[in-house]
Structure formats: structure tokens, C-alpha cells
Design a protein around this ligand. Structure first.
Ligand code: PLP
Length: 401
């Protein structure tokens, strides 16, 4: 065998989605990209803000000494100060302390942030509880560091069910991982839900005799609709670490830039900061990409045009509801998670494929009976796909009858 047994299993496990992407690419080549309705992937198509390009060009033209060199593993100190100031401005109102460079570690996207967090806090056998459905990569990220994801039941309409999370907490629980705005449901957790979770984790930590961390995965924080702001998670609980990135809010997932932020109200957090920075180094990231760090330090508060996504959401939700689909209206992020009209979500995704519509079965998010649609596509693609959704629903109903 050319690979470890573990990697062989993982590489085959990923085959479903890879196969789907390959089939999608083949279909586009065969019948033309505009006749394939590809809702399978969360790869932002909205252009990055002009300010990002201008800032990158200016930094390059300035030819700053050392701009392409090594820096502390946590990232450029001045960039971490800028990010910390942005965090204090946006989410610091109810906190006693203020964010400083010592609370921020720049990372290789949110994926990099989650990996350094798990590396920093997990011992072998530790458990991380997360509500279903959830971003499928969490399993691998936890396993990378000897941990294990323990899924908890969601509440009605995929709201946070604190009691269900409580039922999954054991002496091995080291963290609860939440994601808001949520992929794939678009749910945004309220301040009350977060406070309830914080209270649960205070008790769990006392019972376990060690802190149970709250990890908030927030790459979609800026993508909230209807004028909503996403409630800050830090005031809910001191042992909170946020993992985030600019993959979605600046439309730069290929540039791999994000950060982990520690609650400034967590006393004695220096060893945690040092562990996160060390994890960046020893996992081989070493540090986040330098040029992107320098640019985004100056772009705190800059975001893609969220109104574009909101218009797509309204068009898609309206069209699917009118067609008879059952779905929760997303409050943020750029996904829909409708109920599959037949119990077998994989079979329904196949029916959609007959209409050249590409979707992801809910079971790949630990939630069979649903399917995920990403609206990182034009309004024209959404509008043109709707007759296919109607035909697929008719076929499903005919099969079920
Ligand atoms: N967390 C969630 C919920 C995501 O949807 C994604 C990417 O789609 C990530 C983490 C990883 O983000 P990044 O590409 O910034 O590493």
C-alpha cells in the first residue's frame, strides 16, 4: 500500500464529493457551462472588493523591506493589533477586556485556525460536540489531533438546542464547536441561545474539572441578511476561541487567510496563545501568507457586496417555496438546506442531476433527508434552474406515490 491505512480510508471517503465535482466538470464540457446548474460548491463568485486589489498593489509597489520574509508564527504584530482593534470595535462592547495582538493568531484560513485550535487544546480521546448538520471537514480536523467529533441533535428549524448539546457532554468533552451563520442551514444563533450555551459550559467545566472550550467557527459572520448583525459570541463565555477567515467575506478562499481569536476576558490566556502560535509552526503552516496579512490588516470592516447574496437568496427561496419545497429561510451565509421530498437524499440528488442541477446530499453533513444548495452563482442561473427543480419534485412525488 502506498499510503497509510488511515489516509487510504480518508481519500476514499472523500470520493463522493470529488466524483460529483468531476461529473459536474464533464457535464459542463459536454453540454455547455450555462446549461449546468452547479449549486454544489461554496466557492464565492462575487468579486473581491476593489479596495483589496488596490491595497495589495500599493503594498507591492511600496516594496516594504521584509514584506515577504518570516515573521512571528502568530503573524505580523501590527496586523494582529489592527485585527484586535477591529474585534474590539465590532464585538468588544460587552467585554471587560480589550483584544490585543496577544489574543490574535493569523492563520491559513478558518481550516488552519480550527486545526491549530484542536492541536492546542485536544489530548488523545478528547471529544468535541457539535450540532448536526455540520461542515464535514470537522471530523478530519479533530481526528488530525487525536480528537473525535460527537454530533448533537439540532433544535426545530436547526436552531441551537442547548439541552441536546448538554446530553452529549461527557468527562471526555474538551470543546463544543458551533458555526454561525451556519453552513449548510444559514441559521444565525441569537445572543440568548449563546448565553444558554455559555451557562451550560460553565457547569460542564466545573463537573469535568477542566475547561470545556467554546469554539465558534465564523467565516460567514459578515454575510448576514435583513440588516442583521451576528451576535458576538465572546460575552457568552470566557473560554471562547473564534476561528474565522476572509474566504467568504472578501471572496478570497484561494488566498488562505484567517485568524484565531482568544476571548480577552479569559484570564491567564498567554499559554493558549503560545500553543496556537506553536501549532501554526509545527503543523507546517509556519505562519499565514504575509502579503494577505499586510493587506487585510488595513481592510478591517471591508466586505463583499452582501446585497448580491441576499437578492439571490430571496429569488431562490421564493422560487423553491413556490415549487413546493420545504425549507428554512437562511438568515446568513450562502446556502439553502431544503428537505428532500423523498427520504433518500442521495436518490433525490440523482433526480436533480437528471435536470443538470448539482446539489450535495444532506447525509454528507450528517443530516440525511435534506440537500444543500450553494448560491455562489448568478441570478440567471438560479432563475433558469427552477423549472428543473419543479420537474425533479414531480418525479420524486410520482416515485413516492
Ligand atoms: N468552516 C465552515 C463552516 C466552512 O463552510 C468552511 C469553508 O467552506 C470552512 C470552515 C473553511 O474555511 P477556509 O476556506 O477559510 O479555511
Amino acid at each position: 500500500m502506498l499510503t497509510s491505512q488511515k489516509m487510504a480510508a480518508l481519500a476514499t471517503g472523500g470520493a463522493t464529493i470529488r466524483k460529483m465535482f468531476e461529473e459536474g466538470a464533464l457535464l459542463k464540457a459536454q453540454i455547455g457551462a450555462d446549461l449546468v446548474y452547479d449549486f454544489s460548491i461554496g466557492n464565492p463568485d462575487v468579486p473581491p472588493p476593489a479596495a483589496l486589489r488596490e491595497t495589495l498593489i500599493r503594498i507591492l509597489q511600496e516594496n516594504r523591506p521584509g514584506a515577504h520574509g518570516y515573521m512571528p508564527n502568530a503573524g505580523w504584530p501590527q496586523v494582529r493589533e489592527q485585527v484586535a482593534a477591529g474585534l474590539t470595535r465590532e464585538q468588544g462592547r460587552e467585554l471587560e477586556g480589550a483584544f490585543t495582538a496577544r489574543h490574535v493568531v493569523m492563520t491559513v484560513g478558518a481550516a488552519g485556525a480550527l486545526n491549530i485550535i484542536f492541536k492546542a487544546i485536544l489530548d488523545p480521546g478528547d471529544e468535541v460536540v457539535t450540532p448536526r448538520p455540520y461542515f464535514m471537514e470537522y471530523n478530519q480536523y479533530a481526528e488530525n489531533h487525536g480528537g473525535r467529533i460527537v454530533p448533537a441533535e439540532p433544535g426545530p428549524n436547526f436552531r441551537l438546542d442547548v439541552k441536546a448539546i448538554g446530553r452529549k457532554i461527557t468527562p471526555a468533552t474538551r470543546a463544543v464547536l458551533i458555526n454561525s451563520p451556519h453552513n449548510p442551514t444559514g441559521v444565525i444563533y441569537t445572543a440568548e441561545e449563546l448565553a444558554g450555551l455559555g451557562a451550560l459550559l460553565v457547569q460542564a467545566s466545573q463537573r469535568n474539572g477542566r475547561p470545556v472550550f467554546l469554539i465558534a467557527d465564523e467565516p460567514y459572520r459578515k454575510l448576514a441578511y435583513g440588516g442583521r448583525t451576528v451576535p458576538a459570541v465572546f460575552p457568552a463565555y470566557t473560554h471562547t476561541i473564534v476561528a474565522t477567515s476572509h474566504s467568504k467575506d472578501l471572496s478570497v478562499p484561494g488566498e488562505r487567510i484567517g485568524y484565531a481569536a482568544i476571548n480577552p476576558d479569559l484570564p491567564g490566556s498567554k499559554p493558549l496563545f503560545e500553543a496556537l502560535a506553536t501549532a501554526n509552526r509545527i503543523l507546517g503552516f509556519v505562519s499565514a501568507p504575509s502579503l494577505m496579512q499586510l493587506a487585510l490588516g488595513e481592510l478591517q470592516g471591508t466586505t463583499v457586496d452582501v446585497a448580491l447574496y441576499e437578492r439571490r437568496r430571496d429569488l431562490f427561496v421564493g422560487g423553491l417555496k413556490a415549487a413546493g419545497y420545504d425549507l428554512t429561510v437562511p438568515e446568513g451565509a450562502f446556502y439553502l438546506f431544503p428537505k428532500s421530498p423523498i427520504a433518500d437524499d442521495t436518490a433525490f440528488v440523482e433526480l436533480l442531476k437528471e435536470e443538470n442541477i448539482l446539489a450535495v446530499p444532506g447525509r454528507l453533513f450528517g443530516q440525511p433527508g435534506h440537500f444543500r444548495l450553494s448560491y455562489c452563482v448568478s441570478e440567471t442561473t438560479i432563475a433558469n434552474s427552477l423549472p428543473g427543480f419543479i420537474r425533479a419534485l414531480e418525479k420524486a412525488c410520482a416515485q413516492a406515490a
